[in-house]
Structures are given as structure tokens and as C-alpha cells.
Ligand binder design. Structure first.
Ligand code: IPM
Ligand code: MN
Length: 357
């Protein structure tokens, strides 16, 4: 029997729909080529729906999403909606409600892509960040007193639970083992200042490490991590860190791998429904022009295939991305690709279709 997957599409705002369309092209072609079926269902979450109806993430939609095999998200963010509303009520709520406790961010410089780092190439820039995705400052603990007065007090606390920290660390150790490259896992923290939170992280890190004697462990403060990511990115294999630090260092990672046109990520619940997205956001100024780079979305679709267990198809899509970058594209930035958004998508899909097994 042909395998079949139900995939939720949340094209979302701005250029989200344009890049999701190209991801779907690659996915469909991969299904035809490698013998599986994809059934797509569209969900119109985002700024437009919110402005029309006031709805953000209705419970009925959440329940439908829970029944899918995976979610493919374009972008959430609208220039006419006050910052924080869509992010918190849609994106972060999905992470919490679906318990997407891992944010997985490969930082890989593909051949043919320019990095701002001098004298570094694909050999040196190839690591993965495992970011905790449901706790830390993002948990929303805190509050404000006497708002708007000169006596205002604002508190925003970082929540770190033993369960949350341990499951994230275990995922990172397993990921590092499966990745089977340098087998080195670096904990990124701030043990010299955040002496409660990162003391917990560090203790559990060393405890779990005992079960993984084949993995070399390392530690770097978050500020030093930023330094080494720029100066010696080749030192890293897998980095594991908390939610806030992970947010920051993965944008730095996106830049050294060639920018937002390339960077993809997964919001993962290893035992549930996971969500994959290009991390560049809705890029309102490029909306509707056919100039946005769809490769980040296609790379997110590729991660989704891998996650669903379609490893051959995933590796074909990755090869197709690398091929189009070397053979066809003149750049990765919006408007500088030498091709339109849909042309890049067609080229990738054609390479996938012609991939020898
Ligand atoms: C990301 C984004 C989100 C985050 C925003 C949009 C809430 O920056 O996925 O990294 O901070 O996690
Ligand atoms: Mn971010």
C-alpha cells in the first residue's frame, strides 16, 4: 500500500504563501518520484484572518492540526498588526499546545552560497542548534506593576524544569549520535551569571552524558558561543541551549549560512505532530513580487520529509537544493537569484523528479 501523509499547510502572512507553494511543488514531486502520497489541507491562520474575524488560533483548528502528520508553515507576522499578538497567540501557542519542545536549526553552508565569514566554506560551517522551545523566558512567567508610572516594575522570569531541560538534552545527545559527524555536543549557557537556571542545565547535561560515552561534551557561555560561531564555526557539531539563547544564536547561524533565504527550522515534538518553517519571517516588502527565495521553505519541507521517515526523498530534495544553488542561481537574496520565486521552485522540483535512486 502506498504510504500517505496528511500535511497541514499554514501559508500565513506576507511572502509565506509564495514560498509554501514552492515547498509543496518539491514535496509533490518527491512523492511521485519516491512513491508516497501527500494530502494537503490548508489553514488560513495569520494576520489577514485576525484582522477580518478577530480569530487567532481557534481551538477547533488546533484540534484539526493535532490529527495531521506534520505542519508546514510559511510565516506569521503582519505590518498592520501590533507586534506580539500573532507571534504569541499563533506561533508560540502552537509550540506550547502541541508541545513542540525542540527547535531544530541546521546551520549548513551549501556549496555556491556566499558567507560573510572570511576564509570559511562549507567544510567549516556545518553544525546544528538544538534549541529548547517551550520554556525559559518564553514561558511567559512574570508581570508588571504600576504600569506607566515612574514606579513601574516589570518582571520576566526564566522557567527551567528538570523535565523540560532533560528531554531537550536527551534529544540533543541522540541527534548528535545519529548525525554521526564529529560526535561533539556543546552546551551553550551562562553558568557564570544565571547560576540557578544553567546550574540545572549543566548538572543534567553531565548526568545524561554518562549514557553517551561516544559523544564528546563541551561547554561555552552564550557570548563566547557567538564569538566562536564567527571565528571558528568548525568547532561546532551540535549545540544545545535554552529558548532565548537559541533564538539569538540561530539568527547569527542563519547569517553565516548565507542568510534568511536559506535558513530552515523544525519545531519538533518527537512523539507528536511537528511543524517546519523557513525562519525568515513574512518579509512584507517583497510580498507578491515573485522575488523571495523559496529555498528556505523548500529546505523546511526537506526537514519534514526526513522527520516523516522519507529519508531517500529528503536527501533527494537536499541534493536538488544544492544543485540549483551551484548550477542555476546567481545569488540567494530576494531579487538577486537570477530567477523568480516560482522558477527556482520549478528547477528544484525538476531535479527532484530526475533524481536517480
Ligand atoms: C523564531 C522567531 C520567534 C521566536 C518569534 C517570531 C516569536 O524569532 O522562531 O526564532 O522568538 O521564537
Ligand atoms: Mn528568532
Amino acid at each position: 500500500m502506498t504510504k500517505s501523509y496528511s500535511i497541514a499547510l499554514i501559508p500565513g502572512d506576507g511572502t509565506g504563501p509564495e514560498v509554501v507553494a514552492e515547498g509543496v511543488k518539491a514535496l509533490r514531486r518527491a512523492g511521485e518520484r519516491f512513491g508516497f502520497e501527500l494530502r494537503f489541507q490548508n489553514f488560513d491562520l495569520g494576520g489577514e484572518r485576525y484582522m477580518k474575524t478577530g480569530e487567532l488560533l481557534p481551538d477547533s483548528v488546533l484540534n484539526e492540526l493535532k490529527e495531521m502528520n506534520a505542519i508546514f508553515l510559511g510565516a506569521i507576522g503582519h505590518p498592520q498588526v501590533q507586534p506580539g499578538i500573532l507571534e504569541k497567540q499563533i506561533l508560540l501557542r502552537l509550540r506550547f499546545e502541541l508541545d513542540l519542545y525542540i527547535n531544530l536549526r541546521p546551520v549548513e553552508l551549501y556549496p555556491g552560497v556566499a558567507t560573510p565569514l572570511k576564509d570559511k566554506g562549507p567544510e567549516q560551517i556545518d553544525f546544528v542548534v538544538v534549541r529548547e522551545n517551550t520554556e525559559g523566558i518564553y514561558a511567559g512567567a512574570g508581570g508588571v506593576l504600576r504600569k506607566g508610572t515612574k514606579d513601574e516594575v516589570a518582571v520576566q522570569e526564566s522557567i527551567n524544569t528538570r523535565l523540560g531541560v532533560e528531554r531537550c538534552l536527551r534529544y540533543a545527545f541522540d541527534y548528535c549520535r545519529d548525525r554521526n559527524k564529529r560526535k561533539k555536543l556543546t552546551l551553550c549557557g551562562k553558568t557564570n551569571v544565571l547560576t540557578y537556571a544553567f546550574d540545572l542545565w549543566e548538572r543534567v547535561f553531565h548526568l545524561v552524558a554518562q549514557e553517551y560515552p561516544d559523544i564528546t561534551t563541551d561547554y561555552a557561555h552564550v557570548d563566547a558561543t557567538c564569538m566562536w560561531m564567527v571565528k571558528n564555526p568548525e568547532w561546532f557539531d551540535v549545540i544545545v541551549t535554552d529558548n532565548m539563547f537559541g533564538d539569538i544564536i540561530t539568527d547569527l547561524g542563519a547569517m553565516i549560512q548565507g542568510g534568511m533565504g536559506i535558513a530552515a527550522g523544525g519545531n519538533i515534538n518527537p512523539a507528536g505532530v511537528s511543524m517546519f518553517e523557513p525562519i525568515g519571517g513574512s518579509a512584507p516588502k517583497y510580498t507578491g513580487q515573485g522575488v523571495i527565495n523559496p529555498l528556505a521553505a523548500i529546505a523546511a519541507a526537506q526537514m519534514m520529509l526526513h522527520h516523516l521517515g522519507e529519508k531517500e526523498a529528503a536527501s533527494a530534495v537536499l541534493t536538488a537544493i544544492k544543485t540549483v544553488l551551484v548550477k542555476d542561481m546567481t545569488g540567494v537574496e530576494a531579487g538577486r537569484m537570477g530567477h523568480s520565486t516560482s522558477e527556482v521552485g520549478d528547477l528544484v522540483a525538476n531535479y527532484v523528479g530526475r533524481m536517480p535512486s
